[in-house]
Design a protein around this ligand. Structure first.
Ligand code: PGU
Length: 394
């Protein structure tokens, strides 16, 4: 396996201990601790290999047209008026990261307000992507450590105080690293506030289907914003929900108010992409398009996706039960309340350092653990380490 260039993984790879456990990176593992290639992906790849008419010519600058269309449908819904009215422009990009980067380069060049508000905390790469693209990065309150839930009042206050027109990064679902999402009612309030102030939503959708197990449920937040006819951007990744991490396949969509603006946005996106990497790779997008356009393959995908989401939920329950059984001090109910790939444990840097040193368990220093990296066999080891950390380390 090629190790991702994530610092925690580098340290993990160097550790010779046989009991070491990598819960740092958000990559799905099976009960046996192995990376998973979805069966539906294998089938699609086989179909592509068998098709002798396929060639390896360059894709257009904006990628595979069929992939773009299907990706927009996946996130906005098959019956989305914005799609039917040709108000959406979608470009194939290099996974979620590349989509965020192309979107922010475009905004830095052409949008009138160059400040982006990101949640506190957020995925560590967000501030770097946006500032390198030329946006000025500010934060809005999101997580409340006391309740281990959403700081909804802080969020509304901070967005309410943002200059009109500012860009706001929103995690579409399964917020990383906290696992805390607004409820649908709260999303509706966020939408009303943002629209009343002319704030521009930029959705990062890296986990569609991973949070609830349903692709539609996990796209609800995005869809309520699109339904009001206003503008928004959405960066999609197929890394997690199709397990295509290393294929680097994703899409950026810009929802505009008119079809004419959408077509002009597409021209500008081409000017951003062309000097950056010329055009995107063909293989991953072909896999995705093959799956999304075929009813049987699509159904098979949803079943496999739900199985991944269910395994993660099961790990949450097992870890919670294991801590309860040990009588580990503290309230650990957030483990089962949070959703998506990660649990934001509430463990501090010292706890994390202790667990790495004494138990060879690797996680990000903010105490985030990837539930997808856990299995029934490793739950007791993790629970033991957490227990020792909170009872023995200040
Ligand atoms: N957005 C969010 C919220 C993410 O968590 C990630 C990946 C991405 C976008 C980008 O993923 P792509 O692979 O570019 O599609 N976060 C993982 C991946 C590890 C890393 O940091 O690179 C994580 O563990 O947080």
């Amino acid at each position: 396996m090629i190790a991702p260039t994530v610092p925690v993984t580098v340290a993990y790879n160097k550790d010779p201990s046989p009991i070491k456990l990598n819960l740092g990176v958000g990559a799905y593992r099976t009960e046996e601790g192995k990376p998973l290639v979805l069966n539906v992906v294998r089938r699609a790849e086989q179909m592509l290999v068998n098709d002798q008419s396929r060639v390896k010519e360059y894709l257009p600058i904006i990628g595979l047209a069929e992939f773009n269309k299907l990706s927009a449908k996946l996130i906005f819904g098959a019956d989305s008026p914005a799609i039917q009215e040709n108000r959406v422009t979608t470009v194939q990009c290099l996974s979620g990261t590349g989509s965020l980067r192309v979107g922010s380069e475009f905004l830095a060049r052409h949008y009138h307000e160059r400040t982006i508000y990101i949640p506190l905390p957020t995925w560590g790469n967000h501030p770097k992507i946006f500032s390198i693209a030329g946006l000025s990065v500010k934060t809005y309150r999101y997580y409340d450590p006391a309740s281990r839930g959403l700081d909804f009042r802080g969020l509304l206050e901070d967005l309410g105080a943002a200059p009109s027109g500012a860009i706001v990064l929103l995690h579409a679902c399964a917020h990383n690293p906290t696992g805390v999402d607004p409820t649908l009612e709260q999303w509706e309030q966020i939408r009303q506030l943002m629209r009343s102030k002319g704030l521009l939503p930029f959705f990062d959708s890296a986990y569609q289907g991973f949070a609830s197990g349903s692709l539609d449920v996990d796209a609800q937040a995005v869809r309520i914003f699109v339904a009001d006819g206003g503008e928004c951007l959405a960066a999609q990744s197929y890394a997690k929900n199709m397990g295509l991490y290393g294929e680097r396949v994703g899409a950026l969509s810009v929802v505009c108010k008119t079809a004419d603006v959408a077509s002009r946005v597409e021209s500008q996106l081409k000017l951003v992409i062309r000097p950056m990497y010329s055009n995107p790779p063909i293989h991953g997008a072909s896999i995705v398009a093959t799956i999304l356009k075929d009813r049987d393959l699509y159904n098979e995908w949803t079943v496999e996706l739900k199985a991944m989401a269910d395994r993660i939920k099961n790990m949450r329950q097992q870890l919670f039960d294991a801590l309860q059984a040990r009588g580990t001090p503290g309230d650990w109910s957030h483990i089962i309340k949070q959703i998506g790939m990660f649990t934001f444990t509430g463990l501090n840097t010292e706890h994390v350092a202790f667990m790495t040193k004494e138990y060879h368990i690797y996680m990000t220093s903010d105490g985030r653990i990837s539930m997808a990296g856990l299995s029934s066999q490793t739950v007791p080891h993790l629970a033991g380490a957490i227990h020792a950390a909170v009872t023995g380390v200040a």
